[in-house]
Design a protein around this ligand. Structure first.
Ligand SMILES: Nc1nc2c(c(=O)[nH]1)N[C@H]1C(S)=C(S)[C@@H](COP(=O)(O)O)O[C@H]1N2
Ligand SMILES: [Mo]
Length: 201
């Protein structure tokens, strides 16, 4: 009967080492929450691609839309499960711009001056997207709205909020936190939090 059965207790196997589960989706940023009006919003996707584009909000929403549920892991030790993200899959954006054969890395720039970097294979994973909705609601500015990048298999700093530019490159350059001692690979399952030259050591 509806409402009488206890919800099944979910397996905790999805909690990476050193993380604790939260339900309140904390906000982390550099102290700036840039307001980007939709009529001024643009996403430039360029670099080593056959077809560089600058999307406005309307053309972004006209691309095939994608919904994916994933877990979110912040390096500051909180994780939140079952985040429902809706937006445009990274592989859809890659199909649109057609990366050249020598494109091996992707650099992301945001409206608050933040940046981050990822290998192209990590970006092309089937759960990576530029999201504009979270749990059925338009993404709030505090969480990177109008649109942010989500890479569920990496610590969350690898996904830029307030995304404005995606650049395909033939080499790796470090982003904001990667330059400041955070790991360049950022795998939550191996507690890959800091780079070899651990600044806290
Ligand atoms: N543009 C931008 N993107 C960013 C950040 C930021 O400061 N600026 N912080 C990163 C970090 S460290 C985390 S944990 C997540 C936090 O996302 P949230 O504030 O929606 O929880 O965004 C990531 N992306
Ligand atoms: Mo973070």
């Amino acid at each position: 009967m509806a409402g009488t059965a206890k919800p099944e207790v979910r397996s905790q196997d999805r909690l990476p080492p050193g993380q604790r589960q939260v339900h309140n989706f904390p906000v982390l940023d550099l102290g700036v929450k840039p307001e980007v009006p939709l009529d001024q919003w643009q996403l430039r996707i360029a670099g080593l691609v056959e077809n560089p584009v600058t999307l406005d909000w309307k053309s972004f929403l006209e691309l095939p839309q994608f919904t994916d549920t994933s877990d979110f892991h912040c390096v500051t030790t909180w994780s939140q499960f079952d985040m429902v993200w809706q937006g445009v899959a990274f592989f859809t954006l890659a199909d649109l711009v057609r990366p050249k054969a020598n494109a091996s890395h992707v650099f992301f720039k945001a409206h608050d001056g933040y940046s981050t970097n990822n290998p192209i294979e990590a970006c092309l994973d089937d759960d990576v997207l530029v999201a504009h909705h979270w749990n059925g609601q338009p993404l709030g500015v505090e969480h990177g709205g109008p649109a942010r990048v989500i890479l569920p298999k990496r610590y969350a700093w690898k996904g830029a909020k307030w995304i404005r530019e995606i650049t395909f490159m033939d080499r790796d350059i470090l982003g904001f936190w990667e330059l400041r001692g955070y790991s360049n690979t950022a795998d939550p399952w191996t507690e890959d939090r800091f780079s070899a030259g651990d600044p806290t050591a």
